[in-house]
Design a protein around this ligand. Structure first.
Ligand code: AHM
Ligand code: MG
Length: 335
């Protein structure tokens, strides 16, 4: 009978968020509406990504169509969909996207209290070979939408009210934390609804996997090099396995579910690493911490960073509590 109940009593993402919000008498429903618009963006990208393999048939991504117009690249298209969905939610005031050099200040008549920072299609270099890619987002809130500035988003990640990602993989999975706990929802394509499939995700305290682009090893600093050496030649147990997809959403999704550590360190050529603080490092660090893990920059807790500008980068190490702790000790010993 429980199985029947599952099939007829569906915990959709909207229902889940409504339930959560109803625990707070002061809540207005704005957050639920905002999320519904983010979900729309995710569904659009999911559908576009699923057709990407047919690009030559249907004319997507950079091709020239019969009219001679160039088709928009998937990341540009995804960005437009998210920006339009977020503005039309009437719940946002500032948008920061990896695709746009400048932040968008929403028309005062359409403003709400939320700021959304996002990478609409991360890992897009993986599209053409069908590897998982994703959308990453983080949400801040302002007091007064009529009195806003860039400083409202140049805030430490710990001030976010929510963060999440959507992975376009073998299935479409949206992982979200609204501040307490992390939950995963899978898109049921026949319903067009995200259904709660991974309630209350907790990252294992220690993992058996490390995940890093080892091609950069010759330029790493000492602690990173030592840590990876220890993963391969441990003195106190079996070596860790290496898994690296090169698509942050997929690498973090695996890390959340199976445990282990993901590293994007600084190196001699890129003293700030590669990943962007606002819409890559912060949302993922937020989720990892809410699931019981740790996120570290090599110097401080990642969520304590204050981004200098909207596209600032930082090294980041995130994952299982014990694994990140071990790496932190190596950085502390270096001082
Ligand atoms: P992108 O925003 O240009 O797609 O780059 C971000 C991606 C992440 O998804 C991934 O973690 C990283 O770049 C991989 O970088 P590298 O190819 O240097 O290993
Ligand atoms: Mg990116």
């Amino acid at each position: 009978h429980e199985a029947d109940a599952m099939r007829t009593d569906l915990m959709t993402l909207t229902r889940y968020v409504l339930n959560e919000q109803s625990k707070h008498p002061e809540s207005t429903g704005d957050y639920t509406i905002l999320l519904a618009h983010i979900v729309l963006g995710c569904k659009f990208v999911c559908s576009a990504v699923n057709k990407a393999g047919l690009a030559s048939l249907v004319g997507l991504a950079g091709d020239t169509n019969i009219q001679g117009e160039e088709q928009k690249k998937m990341d540009v298209l995804s960005n437009e969909v998210f920006v339009k969905a977020l503005v039309s939610s009437h719940r946002t005031c500032i948008l920061v996207s990896e695709e746009d050099e400048e932040a968008t200040f929403v028309d005062p008549a359409l403003r709400g209290r939320y700021c959304v920072v996002f990478d609409p299609l991360d890992g897009s270099s993986n599209i053409d070979c069908g590897v998982s890619i994703g959308t990453i987002f983080g949400i801040y809130m302002v007091d007064d939408p009529n009195n806003i500035s860039l400083n409202d988003v140049l805030q430490p990640g710990k001030n976010m009210v929510a963060a999440g990602y959507c992975m376009y993989g073998s299935s479409c999975t949206l992982v979200l934390s609204s501040g307490n706990g992390v939950n995963g929802f899978t898109l049921d394509p026949s319903l067009g609804e995200f259904i709660l499939t991974h309630p209350d995700i907790k990252i294992p305290p220690k993992g058996k996997i490390y995940s890093v682009n080892e091609g950069n090893a010759k330029n790493w600093d000492n602690p990173t090099a030592k840590y990876v050496e220890k993963c391969k030649y441990p003195t106190d147990g079996p070596p860790k396995s290496l898994r690296y997809i090169g698509s942050m959403v997929a690498d973090i999704h695996r890390t959340l579910l199976y445990g282990g550590i993901f590293l994007y360190p600084a190196d001699q050529k890129n003293p700030n690493g590669k990943l962007r603080v606002l819409y890559e490092v912060f949302p993922m660090s937020f989720l990892i911490e809410k699931a019981g893990g740790q996120a570290f920059t090599g110097k401080i807790r990642a969520l304590d960073l204050i981004p200098e500008h909207i596209h600032a980068r930082s090294p980041v190490f995130l994952g299982s509590c014990d694994d990140v702790e071990e790496l932190k000790e190596l950085y502390a010993a270096e001082k």
